[in-house]
Design a protein around this ligand. Structure first.
Ligand code: PMP
Ligand code: GLN
Length: 393
């Protein structure tokens, strides 16, 4: 048999698969992988059924069904005051994951046989785990800007120092998974300044756009004129409507960028589930489900934080997303990957070790807990964690 050279030698099975399997095997509460334990709105499910019965069961157009692209365009005007043309600027994708892959593949050039250097891509870490494999498969080189707890603030002088004449793309994410940090308007301005000065493209992963806390607002990159023209803004209905398993997302970008994006998208998936797209188009007529999402998750964050308030864990309340990071430095110094596995076995609570999101597995002794769970799960997990923290060490 021929041997397949490993295109991603630094990558194994994703941590989400590993921890969800372990949680299922040992019957643990799964606060690891980011998905809701509760169901979607029955009204949305009815819309899927209606779409199927209306015979919307064949291939959708490659870019997405027109009614959904129009509904997305309207939503962007309502939420951010920004127009995208549904025909030329909006593509419906198989989750944000496919959109990220297609956008990165469209932009990043590998080195050529003439010995040219590969494109460099600025990646803020801890980084969601699909960015770097996409960059590397495109033949690009990730250049890391490392952010640290507790605030994960961006040192823009550090970012500027990492830009070279090979830098082509910045991949950013706000609200940020796994840290729960939300970019400020000043962060957006700093990025715009650098992107303009160095002629960079940007991939903006905004899948948690509707989940920000304590009065914070989400600053979409599309709202900055300099960034709008050079950014692929990526969203996902999975996070917003409690349907992570549907895997439907989208990419918003000006026509020249979308043209390049669609060339890749058409051969990755061609098109996305038709009845789901019709259902989402209908469901988007009502803004309430996403307008109320921040307060819905802020309350869940607080239920979890109150449940661990008497523990020895240390934390800063998450600013956005449905993740809360906690430091266990006062309790034990063992590696986070080891502790995440031990807690799953010993007290039946699964989490994600944040070191996996750093390329050198930098371990700040932090675990990420997903609070998109029913209250009874959050209370029980919090009680177990508190009891463990008091007994340990
Ligand atoms: N980006 C981030 C930051 C995420 O947390 C996720 C999570 N699932 C994705 C992208 C992928 O989204 P989707 O499930 O729509 O592919
Ligand atoms: N985004 C989810 C998380 O961060 C998981 C997505 C996945 O399983 N690939 O937990």
């Amino acid at each position: 048999m021929p041997i397949i050279p490993d295109k991603l030698p630094n990558v194994g099975t994703t941590i989400f698969t590993v921890m969800s399997k372990l949680a299922a095997d040992v019957g643990a509460l799964n606060l690891a992988q980011g998905f809701p334990s509760f169901g979607a709105d029955p009204a949305l499910l009815d819309l899927v059924n209606q779409a199927m019965r209306a015979n919307h069961n064949q291939y959708a157009p490659m870019a997405g069904v027109p009614v959904l692209r129009k509904a997305i365009a309207r939503k962007m005007v309502d939420c951010y005051g920004v127009s995208y043309d549904p025909d030329t600027d909006i593509t419906v994708t198989s989750g944000a994951t496919e959109a990220l892959f297609a956008a990165i593949t469209a932009v990043v050039q590998s080195g050529t046989s003439q010995g040219q250097e590969p494109d460099e891509v600025i990646v803020f870490e801890p980084a969601y785990d699909s960015y770097v494999p996409a960059i590397e498969l495109a033949g690009g080189r990730p250049v890391y800007v490392s952010l640290s707890p507790p605030d994960y603030a961006i040192d823009w002088a550090d970012v500027a120092a990492k830009i070279t004449d090979r830098t082509r793309l910045v991949v950013m994410n706000t609200p940020h998974n796994p840290s729960g940090h939300v970019w400020t308007a000043s962060d957006v301005n700093e990025l715009a300044r650098l992107a303009e000065a160095h002629n960079l493209f940007v991939v903006a992963d905004e899948v948690y756009e509707h989940i920000t806390f304590d009065g914070r607002t989400h600053h979409s990159l599309m709202q900055h004129p300099v960034l709008r023209e050079r950014t692929f803004v990526i969203g996902s209905f999975g996070k917003t409507f409690h349907i992570t398993g549907w895997k439907i997302g989208y990419c918003l970008a000006p026509k020249p960028l979308t043209d390049a994006f669609r060339k890749i998208h058409q051969f990755l998936t061609f098109s996305v589930s038709t009845p789901m797209q019709y259902a989402l188009a209908g469901y988007l007529r009502d803004s309430e489900p996403y307008a109320s999402l921040s307060s819905f998750y802020e309350r869940k964050r607080d239920v979890f934080l109150e449940a661990i308030a008497g523990s020895r864990f240390v934390f800063t309340p998450s600013e956005g997303t449905f993740f809360q990071n906690v430091s266990y430095v006062p309790i034990t110094r063992e590696p986070d990957a080891q502790l995440a596995i031990r807690l799953t076995h010993e007290i039946g609570v699964a989490s994600i070790p944040v070191s996996v999101f750093y390329h050198q597995k930098t371990d700040h002794h932090i675990l990420r807990f997903c609070f998109a769970k029913d209250d009874n799960i959050l209370l029980e997990a919090g009680a177990r964690l508190t009891k463990w923290s008091k007994a340990e060490g």
